[in-house]
Design a binder for this molecule. Structure first.
Ligand SMILES: Nc1ncnc2c1ncn2[C@@H]1O[C@H](COP(=O)(O)OP(=O)(O)OP(=O)(O)O)[C@@H](O)[C@H]1O
Length: 504
C-alpha cells in the first residue's frame, strides 16, 4: 500500500547532488524518523505530471535488493518531490572522482547491477539509463540501481522545453538510430559503465555529446586495453556486441567468469572507496555541499546567494562551512550502522589530515598511470613539458628575486611554492588530475575578481586582471549589459583589441 506524503513531514538538510533535471537532498522523515533522499524537480508543465506520478507509483511496487526504493511523490508549488531510499555513500560516479575502481570492485558492482537487470527484464521493464551516476551505494556496501524509468519519463516531458536532455555516451547504437530496441540496450549501457568504472570516464569523451551520437553507431564497439584481465575484457565484449542478437542477456552475464571475481569483495573494500574519496576531496579542498533553504526564505536571500548552476533558481544558500563539516556529516551518518571499525579508520585518517594539513596525500588511481605511460614519444613529450615549465619558473623566479630583493625566508618559500606547482602537474600523469589544478586556478581567479573586498583583490590579482575588471565594471555601468568575459568585452567595447592588450 502506498503512503500519502506531505512536504511538512520532511526536514530537508544537505544537498546530496544535482542531476540534469533537479537537485537531490537528504531529509528526515519526521513521521517514520528515518532518513530519505528527496529529488526535487522543477516542472513548469503540469499536464504531464499525472503520467510521471503514475510511473513513480509503479516504481514503488518495484522491490528488489539491488533497486533503490521509491516511496512515492507529491507536488509542492511548481516542484515535484520524489521520495526515495537514502544511500549514504552516494553514486559510483561520486566515488569515481577519486580514481578508477579495481577490477574486483567493478566485478562486484556489475554482478549486483546484473541481479537488478535480470529482475527488471524478467518483469518486462527496461531501465534505459544505466551509468555510474545511477548506481548508488549504501552504508553496508550494498549496490542499488536508481533513476529507473523516472529519467525516461521526465526527459520526455522536459525535453519539450529543454534542448539538451540527458547524455548519450552510454546509449546503445540501436537507441541512437531510433530502431526498435529491447532490454538489450541496458546491457550495452552496462558494458559502457564497466569501461567508465575502469578508466574513470566512458569511451568517446573526446567527442562532444552531439558528436558522439554519430560516432557510436559507426562502431567498432569500444573495448578495454590489454592492461586488463582476459575475463574483464571478454565480459565487456559480450555486453558491447553491435548485433543485438549476439549481445548477452543479464542471465548469461551473471554466469560469466568475470562476475565470480567480485564475489570475494567485502564491505570494508567498498568503504575504503569512501575513505579514498574523502581524502581526495580534502586534497582538492572541496567545499561542503550547500544546505537546503525552503522556498519561503528565497526572497529574503539576495541574488548573491543563488547557486548559479542550479536549475532551481534561488533555492540554495552558499554554505560557508569548510570541508571538515562535510566529513563530520558523512561520518555521523554512518556511525549508526555496524561499520564501526572502518569508520574509525576514516575518522583517524581525516583527523591526521586535519592535524597535519601538509601531509602529502595524492590519491592514486588503481591503474598506475606511470606504468601505463610506456610510449617513448609520450614520455619525451612529458619530459619536454616539464623542462619547459622549469625554465619558465626559473625565469619568473629570477625576475621576482632581482626586482624585489628577497629575504632568505622569502626565497625558501618561493622555492617551496615552485616545487608544489611542478608537483601538481607532473607528480600524477593522469590528465584528469592535472585538469583539476588548472580548473582550480581558473575558478579561483574568477572568484577573486568578483569579490567586493578590494584589498583582497589587490593582494591576489596581478595588475592585468585588475585593469580588466575595472573595464568590465565600466562597460556594465555604461551599457547596462552583462559582460562576463574578455571576449564579449573585446567584441563590444574596444575597437582595436590587439592594441589595448599591449598596454599590460
Ligand atoms: N537515493 C539517493 N541517496 C543518496 N544520494 C543520492 C540519491 N539519489 C541521488 N543521489 C545523489 O544525487 C546525485 C544526483 O542524482 P540525480 O538522480 O538527480 O542525477 P544523476 O542520475 O546523477 O544525473 P541525471 O539526472 O542527469 O541522470 C547523484 O549523483 C547522487 O550523488
Amino acid at each position: 500500500m502506498s503512503r500519502k506524503f506531505s512536504a511538512d513531514q520532511f526536514h530537508l538538510s544537505t544537498e546530496l547532488g544535482k542531476g540534469s533535471f533537479g537537485v537531490v537532498y537528504l531529509a528526515d522523515d519526521l513521521i517514520t524518523h528515518k532518513q530519505v533522499a528527496i529529488k526535487q524537480l522543477d516542472l513548469e508543465q503540469t499536464d504531464d505530471l499525472l503520467e510521471v506520478q503514475k510511473e513513480i507509483l509503479m516504481l514503488s511496487t518495484c522491490i528488489h535488493d539491488n533497486i533503490t526504493r521509491y516511496y512515492g511523490c507529491f507536488i509542492k508549488g511548481h516542484k515535484l518531490w520524489i521520495i526515495m531510499e537514502f544511500l549514504s555513500l552516494g553514486s559510483c560516479a561520486d566515488l569515481l572522482t577519486a580514481g578508477p575502481f579495481s577490477e574486483s570492485i567493478i566485478s562486484y558492482i556489475c554482478g549486483n547491477v546484473l541481479n537488478a537487470l535480470d529482475y527488471l527484464h524478467d518483469s518486462g521493464k527496461i531501465h534505459r539509463d544505466i551509468k555510474a551516476a545511477n548506481i548508488l551505494i549504501g552504508s553496508n556496501g550494498e549496490i542499488k540501481l536508481a533513476d529507473f524509468g523516472v529519467a525516461t519519463q521526465l526527459s520526455n516531458i522536459l525535453s519539450k522545453r529543454l534542448t539538451f536532455a540527458g547524455t548519450p555516451y552510454w546509449m546503445a547504437p540501436e537507441v541512437i538510430k531510433h530502431e526498435e530496441y529491447s532490454f538489450k540496450a541496458d546491457i550495452w549501457s552496462l558494458g559502457i559503465t564497466a569501461i567508465e568504472l575502469a578508466y574513470g570516464r566512458p569511451p568517446l569523451t573526446e567527442f562532444k555529446s552531439y558528436e558522439v551520437i554519430f560516432e557510436i553507431p559507426k562502431g567498432p564497439s569500444p573495448s578495454l586495453d590489454s592492461g586488463f584481465s582476459e575475463e574483464f575484457r571478454d565480459f565487456v565484449n559480450c555486453c558491447l556486441k553491435m548485433d543485438i542478437s549476439d549481445r548477452y542477456t543479464a542471465k548469461q552475464l551473471l554466469l560469466h567468469p568475470f562476475i565470480k571475481i567480485g564475489k570475494k569483495i567485502k564491505k570494508i573494500d567498498i568503504l575504503n572507496l569512501l575513505d579514498k574519496k574523502l581524502k581526495w576531496d580534502l586534497e582538492i579542498g572541496k567545499k561542503a555541499k550547500p544546505k537546503y533553504v525552503p522556498t519561503e526564505l528565497r526572497s529574503e536571500n539576495s541574488n548573491k546567494n543563488k547557486s548559479k548552476s542550479s536549475s532551481n533558481k534561488g533555492d540554495l544558500l552558499n554554505n560557508s562551512n569548510d570541508i571538515h563539516s562535510t566529513i563530520k556529516w558523512d561520518l555521523t551518518l554512518d556511525q549508526n550502522d555496524d561499520g564501526g571499525d572502518t569508520l574509525k579508520n576514516i575518522t583517524e585518517s581525516v583527523k591526521q589530515l586535519n592535524m597535519n594539513p601538509k601531509m602529502n596525500i595524492v590519491p592514486q588511481s588503481p591503474l598506475n598511470y606511470d606504468e601505463k605511460l610506456k610510449d617513448p614519444i609520450q614520455e619525451q613529450k612529458e619530459l619536454d613539458m616539464k623542462k619547459e615549465m622549469i625554465v619558465i619558473l626559473n625565469q619568473t623566479f629570477s625576475k621576482v628575486s632581482s626586482k624585489y630583493n628577497l629575504t632568505t625566508s622569502q626565497y625558501d618559500q618561493l622555492v617551496d611554492f615552485e616545487n608544489q606547482l611542478i608537483d601538481s602537474f607532473f607528480m600524477n600523469k593522469d590528465d584528469r588530475y592535472r585538469d583539476i589544478f588548472s580548473k582550480f586556478y581558473k575558478i579561483f581567479i574568477k572568484r577573486v575578481m568578483r569579490t567586493e573586498n578590494e584589498d583582497l583583490k589587490k593582494l591576489v590579482l596581478p595588475k592585468y586582471y585588475l585593469s580588466e575588471e575595472a573595464e568590465l565594471k565600466q562597460f556594465r555601468e555604461l551599457t547596462g549589459k552583462k559582460a562576463d568575459n574578455k571576449q564579449i568585452l573585446r567584441e563590444e567595447w574596444t575597437p582595436e583589441p590587439s592594441n589595448r592588450h599591449k598596454n599590460y
